[in-house]
Design a protein around this ligand. Structure first.
Ligand code: NAD
Length: 492
């Protein structure tokens, strides 16, 4: 068993309480790591270290180009250790090794992208409407950023925050999910090896209500970047409001995958499967509502059931495995509850609907891929995030009806449209209330383009140029150019 420590400043330390949290392997059920159970005292130390680092000459006097070089070095180290990092994440959340390996390599790309962007964030000279004055805008970092991340993609979702935050000159305190802290503690060691000055990157571990709340409420925290569920997001937003802190929230989704009768059906079937059963449905962008034009409903469902029925389910360490376990026990139980809710609401279960047990499923928390038909959009199974391998299929007759149902949700993270009609594709992508719309594909993401939610799916964007502006504040500088008439413009 491996015992990890937290990183505060450049020091590795146990929690002030001396307590530990165990990390079980979701497939074998065996505890393989322990991380410190931090509390408010550790939170205070970490935010203070990050605040001191923010003002330290070692960090504050670096040029943007030098910050970019550090991020590039970190990207190199992540790439060098991608397989090892992937193994650590995979043991923590049980995600298929093939998917995690791909994601770990992609994490390096996030550091490279924002390394390149660091010295390309430019201010502006403003054609100000006053005589005798020169005005320019410069963009400055915010200070201490607290990044709080969930268990489903800990490395990636941390890099989405850490790379732009550091590129802009902030310092950061990362609080990973209590279920998946080891990969972020490994990343902390790489940040140290890359040469980031002490206190610029800190990683503390523990439960949300113990250390998380202390971090978001700390008076020296300038910004909170949170990915997680709605309840946590609301607490973060409230703390941010109380302290007038900046906030980015990446929350849940109930994304609609709309398939029109004129779609390329084979591709759409594969897209629907990847959309909801990839990562066993444990992704915020899961296409958990499948809206099918009525004329293709029956044939589409038949092909869906055939394809999903042949999926290889089992040990996530086997590269052939397509669907792995559920990452945590509470999540496993929540998914089973939703399956019962769907049945009690009158939806028809045409595939799965039960937990899987047997030698090939380890001690695991496996749920058979589950498809419900006969779903009405106002049912709870169509409105609430399950975060598991459970698909709700809803028929529609017209484009307007499909769009009305797709938008009839509190969420707005993503949506997809499958059609060969360009006009329909553009019309739908304009009317869908979602931060990401895919046309004839699903689950594509990139560091070059913004990702985030409409409505209850979040506030702000991660990725691309939009991503950096979440970590900057504008300063307007006024310089008198007529010293003989210093205040002339005030009246002018
Ligand atoms: P969660 O909200 O339970 O936990 C997320 C993080 O918040 C964890 O680190 C947790 O310790 C912390 N936290 C919990 N309560 C807190 C509190 N009171 N104060 C401060 N921190 C607190 O979410 P989860 O179960 O780990 O992840 C699943 C959720 O994340 C789903 O709802 C999913 O949709 C969402 N998610 C969103 C995105 C996105 O980009 N939009 C990506 C992945 C996951």
């Amino acid at each position: 068993m491996k015992r990890y420590q937290m990183m505060i400043g450049a020091s590795w330390r146990d929690a002030a309480s001396g307590a530990w949290i165990q990390t079980p392997d979701p497939f074998s059920g065996q505890v393989w790591a322990e991380v410190p159970r931090g509390n408010a005292e550790d939170a205070g130390l970490a935010v203070t270290a990050a605040h001191q680092a923010f003002h330290s000459p070692e960090w504050a006097s670096l040029t943007a180009t030098q910050r970019g070089a550090l991020l590039r070095k970190l990207g190199d180290l992540v790439e060098r250790d991608a397989d090892r990092l992937a193994q650590v994440e995979h043991r923590s959340n049980g995600k298929n090794i093939t998917e995690v390996s791909g994601q770990a390599k992609n994490v390096a790309q996030w550091f490279y992208y924002y390394a390149g962007l660091a010295d390309k964030i430019q201010g502006a000279v403003v054609p100000i409407n006053k005589p005798g004055v020169f005005n320019y805008v410069r963009y400055e970092p915010l200070g201490v950023v607290v990044a709080i991340t969930p268990w489903n993609s800990p490395l990636a979702l941390t890099a989405w925050k850490m790379a732009p935050a550091l590129a802009c000159g902030n310092t950061i305190v990362i609080k990973p999910s209590e279920f998946t802290s080891p990969p972020l503690l490994e990343l902390a060691a790489l940040a140290l090896e890359a040469g980031f000055p002490a206190g610029v990157v800190n990683v503390v571990t523990g439960y949300g209500n113990e250390i998380g709340e202390a971090l978001i409420n700390h008076p020296l925290t300038a910004k909170i970047a949170f990915t997680g569920g709605e309840a946590g997001g609301r607490l973060v937003a409230e703390a941010a409001a109380r302290g007038f802190k900046k906030v980015t929230l990446e929350l849940g989704g109930k994304s609609a995958n709309i398939v029109f009768a004129d779609a390329e059906i084979d591709q759409a079937v594969r897209g629907a499967v990847a959309g909801i059963f990839g990562a066993a449905g444990q992704t915020c962008m899961a296409g958990s509502r499948l809206l099918l034009e009525r004329s293709i409903h029956d044939v589409f469902v038949r092909r869906l059931v055939e394809l999903v029925g042949s999926a290889r389910i089992g040990n996530p360490s086997d590269p052939q495995t397509q669907i792995g376990p559920i990452a945590t026990r509470p999540q496993f139980e929540k998914i089973l509850r939703y399956i019962e809710i769907a049945k009690s609401e009158g939806a028809t279960c045409v595939l799965g609907g039960y937990p899987l047990s047997g030698a090939e499923y380890g001690q695991g928390q496996f749920i058979a891929p589950t498809i419900f038909t006969g779903v009405h959009n106002r049912m709870r199974i169509a409105q609430e995030e399950v975060f598991g391998p459970v698909l709700a299929v809803i028929p529609f007759d017209t484009v307007d009806e499909a769009l009305q149902m797709a938008n009839d949700t509190q969420y707005g993270l993503a949506a997809a449209v499958w059609t060969q009609d360009l006009h329909k594709a553009i019309h739908c992508s304009e009317r869908l209330e979602a931060g990401t719309v895919w046309v004839n594909n699903y689950r594509a993401t990139s560091f070059t383009t913004p990702f985030g939610g409409y409505k209850h799916s979040g506030i702000g964007r991660e990725g691309g140029l939009d991503g950096v502006h979440e970590y900057l504040q504008a300063k307007s500088v006024w310089i008198t150019t007529r010293p003989d008439r210093p205040n002339a413009f005030v009246l002018g």
